[in-house]
Write a protein that binds this ligand. Structure first.
Ligand code: MN
Length: 232
C-alpha cells in the first residue's frame, strides 16, 4: 500500500515536471540564434561593441517581448514569423513591434559578412538590378536615399514584388514589407537597420557615412539566394 502510494506520487512528480517543461517550451517558442560570425567580424564598417549590444540586448529584447505575447495569442507559438507578418494587422502593437523586430534582425545578421567575404551580385540579380534601377550604383544611391530620408527609426529594403520586379522601400520602426499593413509589399532580399542603435557608437549623427560603409559588408551570396528563392 505504502509502496504503491510512493510510486504513484513519483509518477505524479514526473508528470508535473514534464507538463512544466512542455509549458515553458510552449511559452517561449521564439529564440535568438547566435550570430553567424564573430562580434568583431564586420569591423571597421560596424564595430564589435555595437554588434554585441545590438544582437545581445536589442534583438534579445524583441525575442523576449514577442514570447511574452504568446500568453495573449497562443496561436503565435505555432506560426512562422512570415505567417505572423502576413496578418500583423490582427495583433496588438507589441506583436507588431517585437515580431517585426525579431524577423528584421534575424534577416539582417545573415545579410552581412566580413569585408571581402560577401561575394558579388549573381548574373541573374545583376540583370534584374540593371533592368529595374539602371545600374548597381543607381540602386545603391536609391537605397541610401531611402535609408537617409527615413525620419526617426526604421529600415531600408530591396524587395521582390508580386510581379517579380525589384523595388526599394523604407518602413518606420520595426515594420517590414511582409506586413499586411506595408505601403510597398514584397519579399525582402536586402535590409538595412537605420535605427540609431545600429550605428551611433561609431558614426554618431552621421547616418549617411554608415549607409556608405555598409556596402563593404553586404553578404551578396545570401542576397543572391533570397533573390532566386523569391523569383520561383
Ligand atoms: Mn536594430
Amino acid at each position: 500500500m505504502l509502496k504503491s502510494t510512493v510510486s504513484s506520487f513519483k509518477s505524479l512528480l514526473v508528470a508535473s515536471f514534464l507538463t512544466l517543461t512542455a509549458s515553458v517550451a510552449m511559452a517561449n517558442p521564439f529564440t535568438l540564434a547566435p550570430l553567424p560570425y564573430a562580434f568583431d567580424a564586420l569591423e571597421p564598417a560596424i564595430d564589435k561593441e555595437t554588434m554585441q549590444i545590438h544582437h545581445g540586448k536589442h534583438h534579445q529584447a524583441y525575442v523576449n517581448n514577442l514570447n511574452a505575447q504568446v500568453a495573449t495569442y497562443p496561436e503565435l507559438a505555432k506560426m512562422s514569423l512570415e505567417q505572423i507578418m502576413a496578418k500583423i494587422s490582427s495583433y496588438n502593437m507589441a506583436v507588431r513591434n517585437n515580431g517585426g523586430g525579431h524577423y528584421n534582425h534575424a534577416l539582417f545578421w545573415t545579410l552581412m559578412a566580413p569585408v571581402g567575404k560577401g561575394g558579388t551580385p549573381s548574373s541573374a540579380l545583376a540583370k534584374a538590378i540593371d533592368r529595374d534601377f539602371g545600374s548597381l550604383d543607381k540602386m545603391k544611391e536609391a537605397f541610401e536615399k531611402a535609408g537617409a530620408t527615413r525620419f526617426g527609426s526604421g529600415w531600408a529594403w530591396v524587395v521582390v514584388t508580386a510581379d517579380k520586379k525589384l523595388a526599394i522601400t523604407s518602413t518606420p520602426n520595426q515594420d517590414n514589407p511582409l506586413m499586411d499593413i506595408a505601403e510597398v509589399k514584397g519579399t525582402p532580399i536586402l535590409a538595412l537597420d537605420v535605427w540609431e542603435h545600429a550605428y551611433y557608437l561609431k558614426y554618431q549623427n552621421r547616418r549617411g557615412d554608415y549607409l556608405k560603409e555598409w556596402w563593404k559588408v553586404v553578404n551578396w551570396d545570401e542576397v543572391n539566394r533570397l533573390f532566386d528563392q523569391a523569383m520561383k
